[in-house]
Design a protein around this ligand. Structure first.
Ligand SMILES: [Zn+2]
Length: 379
């Protein structure tokens, strides 16, 4: 009897171990895109063609984030590829430092516009997009006093609150957008926002200077200032693609214009199963990294260290472990590296940046030494 009981206990324990391993070990990295457009707004290809193009480029999933539009993603069927619902919203606001305006854009991932009817909320905040409404016409029609009444941080807080209220995930898009005489915004505005969100550190479309210029900080620096001041901000890189058609691409080639709004320049690698629930759970928990081409073979965080192994693509990789305010803590040239925590105050958080010899880059999410984890929910 005792022997039978022993075997039952061993059996139950081994099942638990199996389940425990399954929960953490079975998920692979999926390649995804969190920001792009179709011809439902100002993109130049249909949702199904866009889905096929992303699938061909090796993506497992993409969020369809047209301006103020819902894509009925249930109609977008491409084998082995998951089309997910989203939208991009905007507001125009006065910059308090200069005689200029901000154009705030926020993505909401996970639901269609039709599901939640928040259009009025955005309308209330003076939405505008250049492709949808004439800029001058818009400015002549609006009540300037009312429009300029609210600060960027107030309106952004409203946007993010609404995003969580309706069960979506917010991304603050391209803070360093400068086309049309727009003014970039940085930590001076974002420090006043307490809610967690994902920040678009790199946007591969035109007019975005995420690396900074003149007196404007890089978005990566903005991110470090936010993290160093206790803000809960995760990072992403996005395509914001608009141009898929051969006609546009040929024109770009002919005039030697940089391919400014084409798909496939960035991606996120998300540790999840290929379904919406699992992907969004991983995004909320920060189980993803952002890249322009560098891929990780292994990324392991324990209480003692961070270990990273870069997929060998025949390039020279620089692996940089960065601490508080972006301070480089360790720099390794090679395909793998480990950072062992020393307890220094500079390690309030540690994140990994990998840059290869072909100008590709990847950023991982911050690891906090006080046990804090960034989770995207409205507390
Ligand atoms: Zn966009």
């Amino acid at each position: 009897m005792k022997i039978i009981l022993f075997f039952i206990i061993v059996f139950v324990l081994s099942i638990n171990i199996l389940f425990a391993q399954d929960a953490t070990g079975s998920k692979k990295y999926l390649k995804g895109q969190l920001h792009m457009h179709t011809n439902l707004s100002d993109g130049d290809a249909s949702p199904i063609d866009v889905a096929k193009e992303y699938k061909e480029m090796g993506y497992d999933f993409a969020y369809f984030t047209d301006h103020y539009q819902s894509n009925d993603v249930s109609n977008i069927k491409v084998d082995g590829f998951l089309a997910l619902p989203g939208a991009e919203w905007g507001a125009v606001l006065k910059n308090p430092y200069y005689n200029a305006i901000f154009n705030l854009h926020v993505n909401t991932l996970g639901k269609n516009l039709d599901d939640w009817g928040v259009f009025d909320l955005w309308k209330k905040h003076y939405y505008i997009h250049y492709s949808l409404a004439g800029y001058e016409e818009f400015l002549s029609e609006i009540d300037h006093d009312e429009m300029f009444n609210r600060t960027l941080s107030d309106v952004l807080t409203d946007f993010i609150e609404a995003a969580y209220k309706y069960g979506t995930i917010p991304i603050v898009n391209h803070p360093n957008w400068i086309t049309y005489g727009l003014c970039p915004f940085d930590y001076r505005e974002l420090l006043k926002v307490d809610l967690p969100y994902i920040l678009e550190i790199k946007n591969a479309s035109d007019g975005i200077t995420e690396e900074g210029y003149k007196s404007v900080n890089s978005v990566e620096y903005t991110w470090d200032v936010l993290l160093s001041n206790g803000k809960n901000v995760l990072c992403t890189f996005d395509d914001d693609a608009h141009n898929y058609s051969k006609e546009v691409r040929d024109k770009l080639d002919k005039y030697n214009t940089p391919e400014y709004m084409v798909p496939g320049k960035t991606f996120v690698m998300v540790k999840a199963d290929l379904n919406q629930y699992s992907i969004e759970n991983a995004l909320r928990c920060g189980d993803f990294y952002a890249s322009t081409g560098v891929e990780l073979e292994e990324y392991k965080v324990t209480k003692k260290s961070i270990y990273v192994k870069v997929k060998d693509k025949g390039k020279v990789n620089n692996i940089i472990f960065k601490g508080k305010m972006g301070l480089p803590l360790k720099w390794v040239t090679g395909n793998e590296a480990e950072y062992i925590f020393t307890g220094s105050p500079d390690e309030e958080y540690v994140r990994v940046k990998i840059a290869d010899s072909d100008y590709n880059m990847a950023l991982t999410q911050p690891v906090f030494q006080n046990g804090k984890k960034i989770i995207l929910i409205n507390k």
